[in-house]
Design a protein around this ligand. Structure first.
Ligand code: BG6
Length: 489
């Protein structure tokens, strides 16, 4: 629209997230001509910086997928001309009023739409939202605020944060990011389920034996210990990223693709789940390990982590959904840092074929004979289905082969970063991939009692060597439900 403008203010512009994700994503959107004709990007932070210095900083942090392209330099110049900086305190209405003045100059009388991305520590969220909304919200268009986890550390603190935000913003102005929802294969989950006849009829306790959500990183907290130690892997990955994927995986068919219809179904499935008990989880923490002459540090070697920290850097959990579709099916989650590999996968293990004529091919190891659907969220995105197949030849021997959809081979276009999708959606007012407050409440209700118990009882994590496959306890946990973890492929 020629008569309107969008101003994007990155509050906390010199922080890690802004540099690594937000500016590169904004540039990628600009490069792809996805941003509106009239837009301005403002960096806002406490340190003194000129526009030129901000531009210099942004240009240096451009490590996005676009920077390999030929005309990147030229586009970059154009983009940087739209970037400005305003220095201010996060809790100063006066400083936000000054920002408001600058934004107005850029808007030049057009309809003003304003997006604030809060890339700041959670203890100053409310102050910043207050100042932005009282002093710098749009007078004649929309004002939206993107916030990113941590949304509290338990049900109570999350509710306090929600209430704080709601003093200044309506729920439909708040865009809570869970960047896993912006990942291509997570978004594709609904397409896979609801636009193919062959999956949905099998999507229940009748045919599915267990489902696994696995997240693994091959590096430790590296400098982020200060944040991480107060949260731990359960809050950092499970309560949000993995649980969101689970909700999309397990929800009933929504009435439509409308954001409210989808989020209604996600809340329903979250509310059908049993809160986790201590015996449903295994926690771990990485210890130092020397391999090939190199010593990899322990979690507690991180300078920002207390030496006696019990914070889990690994957790495995068994969750259950008490509804007609999923009664009794174990949903297993596993998430860890400093493991042997990096990746995220969903694995669906189907039941055995009843009275299988070919069982003799597999001996007593029926596990090997069952179908498995693997959705590899990252890296090297893929969806494949393990099926039994006759090995060509005169004999009758079966093996397991993959029906394989390998994204790199099938699609020539690069996969956008999750933040590109999410920023674009926020600009367009599409809320499907953002977390509604009742979803957040339901997610905390599942994990809060467990988290409190772990902390009150000072449960000691199982120590695992940096770079290993994690605590063996995870295998015992799975075995209790007759499950064998899939190996990240
Ligand atoms: C973040 C966590 O939400 O997700 C980090 O705070 C984690 O600890 C990161 O490393 C993983 O995201 P991605 O997109 O790199 O898999």
């Amino acid at each position: 629209d020629k008569n309107s403008t969008v101003s994007i203010t990155v509050v906390g512009a010199s922080g890690d997230l802004a540099k690594k994700k937000i500016f590169p994503a904004l540039f990628a959107l600009f490069y792809e001509d996805c941003l509106p004709e009239h837009f301005t990007v403002f960096g806002y932070a406490r340190s003194k910086m000129t526009d030129a210095e901000l531009r210099n900083m942004v240009s240096k942090t451009l490590t996005c997928r676009i920077d390999k392209r030929e005309n990147c330099g030229e586009k970059m110049e154009q983009f940087l001309k739209r970037c400005f900086y305003h220095s201010g305190q996060y809790d100063s209405e006066d400083n936000f009023t000054e920002l408001d003045k600058k934004l107005k100059e850029h808007e030049a009388g057009r309809v003003s739409n304003r997006l604030f991305y809060l890339s700041i520590p959670p203890n100053i969220f409310i102050d910043a939202v207050k100042c932005a909304s009282l002093s710098a919200s749009s007078a004649n268009g929309w004002t939206r605020v993107i916030v990113e986890k941590p949304f509290g550390r338990d049900s109570e603190s999350s509710a306090a944060l929600t209430n704080g935000l709601k003093q200044y913003l309506a729920e439909d102005q708040i865009f809570r990011i869970d960047h896993y929802l912006g990942k291509e294969l997570v978004e594709n989950l609904s397409v896979l389920r609801f636009s193919n006849l062959i999956f949905e009829p099998l999507w229940s306790r009748q045919y599915i034996r267990n489902v696994q959500f696995i997240f693994s990183e091959d590096f430790g907290t590296e400098g982020r210990g200060g944040y991480f130690d107060n949260y731990g892997i359960i809050r950092d990955i499970m309560q949000n990223h993995l649980l969101q994927i689970l909700a999309l995986f397990a929800m009933e068919t929504p009435v439509s693709l409308d954001a409210e219809d989808i989020r209604n179904e996600k809340v329903k499935v979250l509310r059908s789940m049993r809160p986790l008990q201590l015996e449903d989880v295994v926690i771990g923490q990485y210890k130092s390990h020397t391999k090939g002459g190199v010593t990899y540090p322990a979690y507690t070697d991180d300078k920002t982590v207390p030496k006696d920290s019990l914070t889990p850097t690994f957790a495995a959990a068994a969750l259950f959904i008490d509804n007609a579709r999923w009664d009794g099916v174990p949903f297993l989650m596993k998430a860890g840092k400093a493991l042997h590999t990096k990746g995220a996968e969903i694995r669906v293990q189907f039941r055995h074929v009843p009275g299988n004529l070919y069982n003799r091919n597999f001996g007593t190891d029926l596990d090997r004979a069952t179908n498995e659907l693997v959705i590899r969220v990252q890296p090297d995105e893929a969806i494949y289905l393990k099926i039994n197949n006759k090995v060509p030849g005169l004999g009758m021997r079966l093996d397991r082969s993959n029906l394989n959809l390998h994204y790199a081979a099938r699609y020539s276009k690069e996969i956008p970063d999750a933040y590109e999708r999410l920023l674009l959606d926020a600009i367009e007012g599409e809320r499907r991939l953002f977390i509604r407050s009742d979803e957040l409440d339901a997610a905390w209700a599942l994990f809060t009692p467990l988290l409190k118990e772990l902390e009150e009882k000072k449960i000691i994590p199982e120590y695992y060597p940096h770079g290993s496959r994690g605590p063996v306890g995870a295998h015992y946990l799975a075995a209790r439900y007759n499950v064998r973890w899939g190996d990240l492929s």
